[in-house]
Design a binder for this molecule. Sequence first.
Ligand code: NDP
Length: 258
Amino acid sequence: MSTQSVAKPLSGRVAVVTGASSGIGEASAEHLAALGAKVVVLARRADRLSELVDRIEKDGGDALALSVDVTDAAAVQSAADRVATELGGADLLFNNAGVMLPAPVEERPIGQWQHQIELNITGLMNAIAAFTPQLVAAAAERGVADLINTSSIAAQNIYPNFAVYAGTKAYVTHLSRHLRAELGSKNVRVSAVEPGIVGTELQSHVTDEGALQWLAGAKEAMEWLTPEDVAQTIGFIATLPPRVNLQQLTIMPTGQAS
Ligand code: NDP
């Protein structure tokens, strides 16, 4: 094996990252680019994506920014069409855009419920619909492709006031397990990554006072994961030998109990 292939194990691959303008997606796009993948970064904030592309290119990587709202199925399909035309299709989708808006169910924050369901479930499905044909085609041609979905420990655990968010993430994990069984025979690996608490912009969207207090206490009590910690994990999954599918992975801050 050449030094080049060890240093850049993802060279020749095309990775699409949703939710790439901040947090886990941004760090993962940078890491996948450093591992040699061409990265296509999707989110709504074009200015943030453009800064990210500049940084990646300055470090010798290759990146394309597509400003897309993933809840808009037609816009996601147009983005996928551009990836097919300009880069020959994606062989890795890091399906990561999401929002967390905890609140007591009795407050009936219906708009926040809809926002979480539309982004964490419908947005995730829009990306799966648009990019799965490319993943299957790439796997047939090159022997491997990856669909990595960002779930959460909320998919497994019980947290009062997080019912809707946790429900969307349980959907992501269960969907991923089914898709792995369906697509594995076509050499498409499917993984669900379930992080514990990671310091990102995710917490800044929370409006519920009780949840904000809980987060402030958790910040005092332990050292949170960084987006780069999760990015390393995404890189690890994608660089495993094609026969290895890391189906489900929990990554916790050492000090977080549950
Ligand atoms: P951030 O808020 O930092 O990132 C969320 C990303 O999603 C941003 O890039 C945002 O960009 C993008 N996004 C939001 N809405 C849309 C939209 N409609 N269309 C396209 N992109 C959108 O949070 P994280 O990095 O923490 O979150 C990433 C994932 O990790 C989420 O799925 C989250 O649920 C999950 N997660 C996070 C944990 C944590 O503790 N941080 C723990 C467990 C899971 P823009 O606003 O520019 O569109």
